[in-house]
Design a protein around this ligand. Structure first.
Ligand code: GTP
Ligand code: ZN
Length: 202
């Protein structure tokens, strides 16, 4: 057994990543496909892949509360919407990326508790950087806004292309999947329709 690396963030210890074990697994995979992990071009590959996964899966060692920290009370009680947040996630069925854009909106709590705009994009990353399915990614973002910001409503729309559908299997590059999660007051047909038209507008 190898010693796990303790990861530390701004708030202190946030989790563990067993880098040596990840390297050994990549080396095994290379052997399993008939490659020679000792050949020059592959010597550093297990370490590189382990580092890549540590970065791509960084959300595993974060909680949504870690990023929705900065809140202001400016008495704004209308919808706030950030469009076109680029996402890269990892499909939990094939461990292949899916990538696209997320649109995230919410209606602040009556107290006017809002968060910084960049924090909405950080929230998306916390959940995207985990082994995921697109539906769960979408609902986790919406549910966090409702729970942590005590938002009166939330809407999350994600449009993404899955590498497991484009580079293997059915091989349909370009096919996009759209998922949405709508919570609270944004379920009201008029409010929902206003949000959707803002999301669809260029
Ligand atoms: N609902 C949903 N399905 C996903 C997502 N990512 C991948 N999938 C699907 O997960 C399914 C896994 O199906 P399986 O039959 O177990 O695996 P498979 O034999 O590799 O399937 P194919 O991709 O059809 O070759 C596939 O249909 C994928 O397209 C996702 O985010 N949401
Ligand atoms: Zn997949």
């Amino acid at each position: 057994m190898t010693d796990p690396v303790t990861l530390t963030g701004e708030e202190g210890t946030i989790g563990v990543f067993d880098e040596k074990r990840a390297e050994a697994a990549v080396r095994e995979l290379l052997i399993a496909v008939g490659e020679d992990p000792e050949r020059e071009g592959l010597l550093e590959t297990p370490a590189r892949v382990a580092r890549a996964y540590r970065e791509i899966l960084a959300g595993l060692w974060q909680q949504p509360e870690d990023v929705l920290t900065t809140t202001f009370d400016i008495g704004h009680d209308e919808m706030v919407l950030v469009k076109g947040i680029e996402i890269v996630s990892l499909c939990e069925h094939h461990l292949l990326p899916f990538h696209g854009i997320a649109h995230v909106g919410y209606i602040p709590a009556e107290t006017g508790k809002i968060t910084g705009l960049s924090k909405l994009a950080r929230l998306v990353d916390v959940f995207a950087r985990r082994p995921q399915v697109q539906e769960r990614l979408t609902t986790q973002i919406a549910d966090s806004l409702m729970r942590i910001l005590e938002a009166r409503g939330a809407i999350v729309v994600i449009e993404a292309e899955h590498m497991c559908m484009s580079v293997r299997g059915i091989r349909k590059p370009g096919a996009k999947t759209t998922t949405s999660a709508v919570r609270g007051q944004l379920r009201d047909p008029a409010t929902r329709s206003e949000a959707m038209s803002l999301i669809m507008a260029r």
